[in-house]
Design a binder for this molecule. Sequence first.
Ligand code: ATP
Length: 327
Amino acid sequence: MRVLGVEGTAWCASAACYDAEADAVLIESDAYEPESGGIHPREAAEHMQAALPAVVERVLAQVDGPIDAVAFSRGPGLGPCLRIVGTTARALAGSLDVPLVGVNHMVAHLEIGRHRSGFSSPVCLNASGANAHLLGYRDGRYRVLGETMDTGVGNAIDKFTRHVGWSHPGGPKVEAHAEDGEFVDMPYVVKGMDFSFSGIMSAAKQAYDEGTPVEDVCFSLQEHIFAMLTEVSERALSLTGSDELVLGGGVGQNARLREMLEAMCEQRGADFFAPEPRFLRDNAGMIAVLGAKMYAADDTLAVSDSGVDPNFRPDEVPVTWRGDDED
Ligand code: ATP
């Protein structure tokens, strides 16, 4: 079985083909890079419209054999981008005369880690640009065990780097500058299973404005934010009794975050897995892989029901592709 995946929730126009028999994923992507500032929804949609046909063509040119279904990201994401992805996927499914599969982007970030690790029922930390969630499976749904009370984790880091005048995305620049930094105190906000990043973001901007070396701010931002994510991940493992943790999302490319999560898992005897970077940042490979599981479970969509949803939460998705005995 081969599934064509189409992704475009924000900055990454991406297409992929997942060949289930070979367990092989072919991905072609084209990133939107704003000239200044953060992601502008209209510019991102213009990029999506211009770039998506070319990445789809590049994938189809390399596929040797028929496509059985077309999967696309229905949300969450920027509405103007999602509408282009939805239209592209409907047109492709119609012209190839195959079923359409609508995939939740956050569940795809989780499922790619479960798929690549072979873990049965892990807790997942989704650390992406616009989101930050702890997810765990229970009774046919991925439940949100903990989440950000304000901004997504990557967006918080990017807002600080915009203030400093660095180009988007900010995460890799913070990671590079943190190497030479020293610790300064910043707000650490965990409330039960939830966390908040708005206070630390303002504190980081203020510290920089008051002359704290940018390396120290970057180092301390990472130490605080990643410690918050690690604390709540540990609590989620404890709450669910799971001994498996997977990481998803673009911030998961950060070596310090992975190091902290790995150390925490090692201390409690849990297994930790982070997929390779091409599956962590936004990509159509994860859409195609989950799309194949959904297609195999007959979880397809009529065109009339295939509208996109910018606020599509992971716990709204009935999980049709896992056996009833998995909890
Ligand atoms: P979502 O998946 O929630 O829609 P998104 O579309 O913004 O989020 P992702 O590709 O998951 O996309 O994540 C992008 C984010 O990852 C950006 O905020 C970027 O700064 C951050 N990021 C990328 N590399 C690193 C890194 N090495 N360290 C920290 N953050 C990083």
